[in-house]
Design a protein. Structure first.
Length: 94
C-alpha cells in the first residue's frame, strides 16, 4: 500500500497516541503493555472527516475496549475514566 494512502487511513495523530501514553503512565501502567489498534471507516462522502475506531488491548491479560475515534471524538476522556475504573486490570504498581 502506498505510504500516503496508509497515512490517510490512520485515525490517530501522534499527539493523540502521546496523550494516551501519558494517561496510561499517570494511571500507573506502562504504555508498552498495551496495543493500540486503529481502524478507519469508509465514508461515502468525500471529502469527509476521518472516522473510525481505536482499540486498546492490555497484552498481559488481553483486557481491551474499542472506542469511537476520529474528528471530534472524546475517546481519550473515556479512556481516562476506564483506567480509573480498573477496566484493564490493576496497574503494575498494584
Amino acid at each position: 500500500m502506498r505510504q500516503d494512502l496508509q497515512a490517510a487511513l490512520k485515525i490517530l495523530g501522534q499527539d493523540e497516541i502521546d496523550d494516551a501514553h501519558a494517561l496510561l503512565r499517570d494511571a500507573g501502567y506502562r504504555p508498552e503493555e498495551f496495543e493500540i489498534l486503529q481502524r478507519a471507516e469508509r465514508s461515502t462522502a468525500y471529502p469527509s472527516a476521518v472516522a473510525g475506531s481505536v482499540t486498546l488491548i492490555r497484552r498481559r491479560n488481553r483486557a481491551g475496549k474499542t472506542y469511537p475515534a476520529g474528528h471530534g471524538s472524546s475517546w481519550l476522556v473515556q479512556l481516562e475514566k476506564d483506567l480509573k475504573l480498573g477496566l484493564f486490570g490493576p496497574p503494575r504498581s498494584a
